[in-house]
Design a protein around this ligand. Sequence first.
Ligand code: SF4
Length: 510
Amino acid sequence: MVEEQTHLGDDSPREACGVVAIYAPGQPVAHLNYLSLYALQHRGQESAGIATSDGERITVVKDMGLVSNVFNDRILAGLDGHLGIGQTRYSTTGSSSWRNAQPVYRGAAEREFALGHNGNLTNTETLANESGMLPGTIASDSDLIAELIATKIGEGADHNSSDGRELERALLDVLPKLEGAFSLVLMDEANIIGVRDPNGFRPLCLGKLENGWVMASETPALDIIGAHFVREIEPGEMVIASATGVKSIYPFTSDRVDPKLCLFEFVYFSRPDSQLYAQSVHHARVRMGEQLATQAPVEADLVMGVPESGIPAAEGYSRQSEIPYAQGLVKNRYIGRTFIAPNQELRSLGVRMKLNPLRDTIEGNRLVVVDDSIVRGTTTKAMVRMLRDAGAKEIHMRISSPPYRWPCFYGMDTGSKSELLAADLTVQEIKEYLDVDSLSYLTLDRLIEATGTHNSGFCTACLTGEYPVDIPENLTKEVLETRNHEKQTSEDLTVGDGQTLFSPTTLNRE
Ligand code: SF4
């Protein structure tokens, strides 16, 4: 019997989705969408889909699997038109099934539209109840948004003659009702639309093609199709591109607009070649490593990063500390994301399928091992064991973010509170659990400084328990329980200089 499905080697939180919308008259928009989705594959590997329109009708193709599995030349050739949207998904609400693959399509009155969503709504249940939807009629929060829009377009059809602005009008009515995280791309037969929620939890940027416009989760999705970056779409902004050009609308009241970009986009989620808040993500990660070296120096022989996301911070640590950088772990690039492991022994071997230590580099050396985060801790523990087996003399773990203690409700799958290693353990206990010689988490202040953004506005809820948007009532209890834990452990974890858990927390064995 299968006891457990473990995400092999994926100890990090998993991203919800990548989205793209392209308006490109005279160009094969399906192929452009495909390439852009390809650049966003890291944001979701469960399903992929593209919707296109030739101005008359919308065609949608979506399926479970990677972008390269779902599409081929023949399928792309069947996606006609000069405008389109695409989405690649990792499920955080709704099940992982074809029904939940996106774009979501709806026909309403004489209109057709399609929608792709990155993020999680926090008021899905309330909105569904208020709208009189029967339980089970919507498959996910994205499905709910589509249903609300379709209903509004249907109502408007009784009062307005068709002027091609039905989707825009419906959005102006529906968007202010949504709470939580939503970077959306939408299209009807003639327009593409990008929307960012008033907190801007998830990124969304605007790019220009020679003859057209692109909106995408991250800037590499622009680079890959030769579009140049224009700007980030602002929190609370809706951008519409069509034959008449581009226009911006702000559907939310100003009191709701409060930039809170997910800080983990900088730490882990976004590609290193992305730009966020006008900063290079790669350079920010290198600076995080430099900050770690300043905060938690240690005598060691080598600095190594946990592939791939820990490597830029390891470079920074090495540069700042002047301890040589070395590759100590090799990553198998061709492994699938999940692995059904019937017992603990096989689950441990599963980690080896992803990472293998370089014994010649490791043996007899004192190592500084840098990673971006520890979420569940199982992979980190297995990796430490591998390094010890390979002859490491000392292992000093350095993490380029603070302890991940609270669950995310804004579009990251971090598992429940009970799965978060740091939720119930002190840093000292984590060090003992991992069996490392020392452990240090980067402080929040230093992390934000390393982004180079002068704190342009971040969500830090999973690190601080301060949720910028109220979380669903049925989930409040779990979080409150966690907060009680904080009160208890912040006293326990006060270190010598009088700073608390969220200040420098370097614990050395000696
Ligand atoms: S809770 Fe954490 S992972 Fe979720 S949006 Fe906020 S910073 Fe990002």
